[in-house]
Design a protein around this ligand. Structure first.
Ligand SMILES: [Zn+2]
Length: 59
């Protein structure tokens, strides 16, 4: 996977996650609906992958 591809997927997942939070009404900082949990997990996984690689590149 190229760097731009990972970044694009991370940004897309973040947009989906924020959109869900804005529309859902059931998701909060402490609890998520099942759909929100799925969206959050894919966002968190991509964010971790992206930030880990950023960290490694600065070494
Ligand atoms: Zn939700």
């Amino acid at each position: 996977m190229s760097e731009d591809d990972l970044y694009a997927r991370y940004m897309a997942a973040r947009t989906v996650h924020r959109g869900h939070r804005a529309d859902c009404g059931r998701c909060t900082d402490t609890g998520r609906c099942p759909a929100g949990q799925t969206v959050f997990e894919s966002f968190a996984r991509l964010q971790d992958a992206y930030l880990n690689r950023q960290h490694q590149q600065r070494r």
